[in-house]
Design a protein around this ligand. Structure first.
Ligand code: G6P
Length: 419
């Protein structure tokens, strides 16, 4: 088996490697190819990955390359974890959005739109490479905004794709810890979109525990400023929302918190990454350092490796992933990307039927889905008018006129070439 990591210079790669090493034999991994456009990062991260591999007796070969074609050719799995424009672009998008009094967050709201517009052309280009030289490969996408990337690939990529986020697994892990069981003992009735997901019901070892969890659990994530949602509202919602719902439920308060922060999350991450890269460059380091936990992507490796294992072994396990809806959520478009529970085996991810969205969240989820569809259309056509329509459909953009000013800023700064 050949596994290719696109954007392997990411500081997350050692975490992924840890999981691959644990399952090397079981999954018959023969080659891991690390590809990046940043030579310095590829050398530093690739060096640590080589040492981790050697420390475990070299179960597979590791290749680090700046040649994308060689990395992808003949791959069984291609993992995309890219960040077009780097953390600097994330910072700029945040500042531009906050400057117009809109939420500055890299997946949700207008900054997520800018990131999508920069990233969709690159992901679709990677897809054309996969079609040419690894047509049977599975593209497992971690690149944000993960829901929109999946939507773009499903509609225009022409490859086998599953979109992944560590968020739902994080929810499962929290509940598992609370009940002292393994995360595979926790079953979630989960529905929605990426970073817009809701848990309706929960079972631990087959026994329903929904009410117990609802009473004790708030949806928290390391990289989202903490604010409690009103208790009466939470009770009437009667579902556990993804932590990212704070940006919608508490938009005004979150905007205030973000504006008051001395640094953007991008600046915080840049500092964390510099520390990590200094550590990774140490020739005596042979394992993932604990500082990696300061980033938000906990369980990234578990999510990716368990998914690959199910696809490879025809396992039929349940995973919460981003896939084509196919009527699973009855009031979202058939072809749209949704984040739901699916049975994963050699054929791919088959989503479990869910029915209609609860009325309390139907409007929001449908509107965000419309925004996502329009964003993909705008990126693929390069149409300014479609981009404005897309951005205006984002619920966190309160005015078309202000949205237009922001769009002009994104267009010029990132040279999106919208006309
Ligand atoms: C969470 C989100 C991801 C995000 C990650 C890292 O896990 O679900 O979408 O990329 O955190 O966030 P950070 O702010 O550390 O880059």
């Amino acid at each position: 088996m050949k596994i290719t990591v696109i954007g392997a210079g990411s500081t997350y790669t050692p975490e992924l490697m840890e999981g691959l090493l644990q399952r090397a034999e079981q999954m018959q991994i023969k080659e891991v190819w690390l590809y990046d456009i940043n030579q310095r990062r590829l050398e530093i991260v690739g060096g640590l990955i080589q040492r981790m591999n050697q420390a475990q007796g070299e179960p597979f070969a590791v290749h680090a390359t700046l040649e994308r074609r060689a990395a992808i050719a003949g791959a069984d799995f291609v993992l995309t974890q890219i960040r077009v424009g780097g953390q600097q672009a994330r910072h700029d998008d945040t500042i531009f959005s906050l400057g117009h009094d809109m939420i500055g967050q890299e997946t949700t709201g207008p900054a997520g739109f800018a990131k999508a517009m920069r990233t969709i052309p690159v992901i679709l280009d990677i897809c054309s490479e996969i079609r040419a030289s690894a047509p049977n490969a599975w593209l497992l996408n971690f690149t944000n905004p993960a829901g929109i990337m999946t939507e773009a690939v499903l509609r225009h990529g022409g490859v086998n794709v599953i979109g992944l986020c560590n968020g739902p697994l994080g929810m499962q892990m929290n509940i598992a810890q609370q009940y002292g069981v393994g995360h595979r003992d926790v079953d979630l009735d989960y529905m929605g979109l990426n970073h817009l997901g809701f848990v309706r019901r929960i079972w631990v070892k087959g026994e329903e525990v929904t009410q117990g969890v609802l009473e004790t659990m708030a949806a928290k994530a390391a990289n989202i400023p903490d604010l409690e949602v009103d208790a009466a509202f939470a009770q009437s919602l009667n579902m556990i929302p993804s932590g990212y719902l704070r940006y919608f439920f508490l938009e005004a308060e979150m905007l205030k918190v973000l504006k008051a922060k001395p640094k953007t999350r991008a600046q915080e991450v840049m500092a964390i990454e510099e520390t990590l890269l200094r550590k990774y460059a140490d020739p005596d380091l042979k394992e993932k350092p604990p500082e990696l936990e300061k980033r938000g992507g906990a369980y990234y490796s578990t999510a990716a490796v368990e998914l690959m294992q199910s696809l490879h072994s025809n396992g039929g396990e349940k995973h919460i992933v981003n896939v084509r809806n196919q009527g699973t959520i009855t009031d979202l478009p058939y072809d749209a990307a949704v984040e739901v529970t699916a049975i994963v085996d050699g054929r791919g991810a088959q989503p479990l039927a869910l029915g209609p969205l609860p009325t309390a969240i139907r409007g929001l989820v449908q509107q965000v889905k419309a925004y996502e569809e329009l964003t993909v259309e705008a990126a693929v056509t390069g149409s300014y008018a479609k981009a404005l329509l897309a951005l205006s459909n984002n619920p966190l953009v309160p005015s078309v006129n202000r949205g237009k000013l922001l769009l002009d800023q994104f267009n010029e700064h990132h040279q999106l070439g919208l006309r």
